[in-house]
Design a protein around this ligand. Structure first.
Ligand code: ADP
Length: 420
C-alpha cells in the first residue's frame, strides 16, 4: 500500500502554493480548509476536494490568505510570495474599462492576443483573464491558435468558444459546441499557408458571431497563440493580429518580441510587456508530446466525466479521406497563374494504407471536397486503430456509434495509440 502524504499550507495574502504531480498514476487531492483561494482565476470551493493527476502543474493563489491541504504525493510543493498576479489583475481591470466603454458606446470590446515564447504561461494567463471576465458577468470569446497543445479541441486544430462560466478546476473550459478548424500538424511551420488561411477564416467567423451577439461583442476576445515567435513564427503572429484586428497584445517575458511588435503594429494597438510567473514550469519535448497524447485521450475517453467511445470496422469503399497539401513543385513547374504555395492548401484524396494506423481523422461538416472544405469547421474526430489491407477495412475509434457520418474525413499527422 502506498503511503498517503498529508501536507497543510498556510498562505498569506498575495501568495500562492505551487505543486506538481509527476509520478505515473499518482493522484493529489487539494482542499481549501479556510479562507479564499483561486486556481488560475477560478474560485475554489471551501471543503470541496479537487483531484489532480500526473502531469499537473498547479498554483493555488490567494488574495486574502487561506489554509490549504494536499493529500497524495507531490513532486514539488512550495509557497511563493513573489507572483505577477497584481500586474495581471491590473491588465484585467484595464480590459474591463474598455468593456464598459464598449457597452456605453455600442462598440466592440477589447480583442486581446497573448504572445510569448514557449512555457511562459500564455495559456494560463489566457485562462485567468477569461475567468476574471466571466466572473464580472462578461461573456468573452476564447480563441486558441496554439496547434501544439489544443486547449479548446485536440492538438492540430485551432478554435474558438464562447466562455459562459469559469473554467472547471479539473476539466478546464466547457467544451460545448466549440468552433474548430482542421490544421493537422502540431506546428504552424508545417504548412504556413494553410495555417494563415484557417486563422483568417476563424477570425471572420468570430467577427460574424460578435456582430450577432452583443454581449459577446462588448466582452471582447482573448486569443492564445503558439510559442513560435522567431522568423516565420513572428509573421504568423502579426498575420493573426491583423486577421483578428487586435486592440491589445500582451507580450510575456520576451523583450525582443515586445520591441518588434511595438515597431511593427499600427499605433492603435496597445503592446504591453508582462513578466512571467516564476511558477511556470518548462516542459521537455517528451512532456509536451505526452500532454498532446493526454489531450486526445481525453477527447475520446473524457477526463473526470468518463466517455465511452465506440469501436467498429468501416470498408475502404465507404470512406472519403482527404488530406490538405499536395506535394509542392517549384514555381517554374506550376501551371500558369498558380503559385507553389497554392499546392499547400489543395485538398487531395488520401488512399487507405497501413500508414493510416493510429492516425487521427477530423470529421468535417463539409459535404464535398471542394474549395470550401478548408473554410468549414469540424464536427469531431475519429482515430484509426487498425488497418486490414486484406479485408479492405479500417477499425475506427469514434465518440459516436456506427455508421460513420457520410462526410469528408481529413487526415491529420497526429497519431494516437489507443491502449485504453
Ligand atoms: P505556455 O502557454 O506559455 O506554453 P502554460 O500556460 O501552458 O505556458 O504554462 C506551462 C505550465 O506551467 C502549465 O502546466 C501550467 O499549469 C504551469 N503553470 C503556469 N503558471 C504556474 C504557476 N504560477 N505555478 C505553477 N505552475 C504554473
Amino acid at each position: 500500500m502506498t503511503e498517503v502524504q498529508l501536507q497543510e499550507f498556510k498562505l498569506e495574502p498575495d501568495s500562492e502554493l505551487r505543486f506538481e504531480v509527476e509520478s505515473k498514476n499518482e493522484k493529489v487531492v487539494l482542499e481549501v480548509k479556510s479562507g479564499y483561494a483561486e486556481l488560475f482565476g477560478t474560485e475554489l470551493v471551501k471543503g470541496k476536494p479537487y483531484e489532480f493527476h500526473t502531469g499537473s502543474k498547479v498554483a493555488v493563489f490567494t488574495w486574502h490568505g487561506c489554509t490549504v491541504e494536499l493529500r497524495g504525493r507531490t513532486e514539488v510543493s512550495y509557497v511563493a510570495k513573489e507572483t505577477p498576479m497584481v500586474v495581471y489583475l491590473n491588465v484585467h481591470a484595464a480590459l474591463e474599462q474598455q468593456r464598459v466603454a464598449a457597452e456605453q458606446e455600442g462598440t466592440r470590446g477589447p480583442v486581446t492576443m497573448v504572445v510569448g515564447p514557449g512555457d511562459v504561461g500564455k495559456s494560463t494567463l489566457t485562462r485567468l483573464l477569461l475567468n476574471y471576465a466571466v466572473r464580472m458577468g462578461r461573456r468573452p470569446i476564447f480563441v486558441d491558435l496554439d496547434v501544439g497543445q489544443g486547449n479548446i479541441s485536440i492538438p492540430g486544430t485551432i478554435g474558438a468558444t464562447l466562455v459562459e462560466r469559469p473554467a472547471s478546476i479539473e476539466e478546464g473550459f466547457s467544451q460545448q459546441a466549440p468552433l474548430v478548424y482542421h490544421f493537422g500538424h502540431n506546428s504552424p511551420g508545417e504548412n504556413l499557408e494553410l495555417y494563415n488561411t484557417i486563422v483568417t477564416r476563424l477570425a471572420e467567423v468570430v467577427t460574424e458571431r460578435c456582430e450577432n451577439n452583443k454581449k459577446a461583442s462588448t466582452s471582447g476576445v482573448i486569443i492564445n497563440t503558439c510559442g513560435w515567435i522567431k522568423g516565420a513564427g513572428y509573421k504568423v503572429l502579426t498575420h493573426a493580429a491583423q486577421a483578428f484586428e487586435v486592440d491589445v497584445i500582451l507580450v510575456l517575458d520576451n523583450e525582443r518580441l515586445f520591441i518588434e511588435l511595438k515597431r511593427d503594429m499600427p499605433k492603435f494597438v496597445k503592446v504591453v510587456y508582462l513578466p512571467k510567473s516564476g511558477g511556470v514550469v518548462e516542459r521537455s519535448s517528451a512532456q509536451r508530446s505526452e500532454a498532446r497524447d493526454a489531450r486526445i485521450r481525453e477527447y475520446f475517453y473524457g477526463k473526470r466525466t468518463p466517455y465511452y467511445p465506440h469501436s467498429f470496422d468501416v470498408k475502404f469503399s465507404d470512406l472519403k479521406i482527404y488530406k490538405v497539401g499536395a506535394p509542392s513543385l517549384p514555381d517554374s513547374c506550376m501551371p500558369l497563374g498558380m503559385r507553389a504555395e497554392d499546392a499547400l492548401t489543395r485538398v487531395v484524396p488520401a488512399w487507405p494504407s497501413p500508414a493510416l494506423a493510429h492516425r487521427v481523422l477530423a470529421v468535417s461538416f463539409a459535404a464535398a471536397a471542394d474549395e470550401d472544405l478548408l473554410h468549414t469547421n469540424l464536427a469531431g474526430f475519429v482515430c484509426v486503430t487498425a488497418v486490414d489491407m486484406e479485408r479492405q477495412t479500417l477499425t475506427i475509434l469514434s465518440p459516436q456509434p456506427r455508421p460513420l457520418p457520410n462526410t469528408i474525413l481529413l487526415l491529420s499527422e497526429l497519431q494516437y495509440m489507443d491502449n485504453h
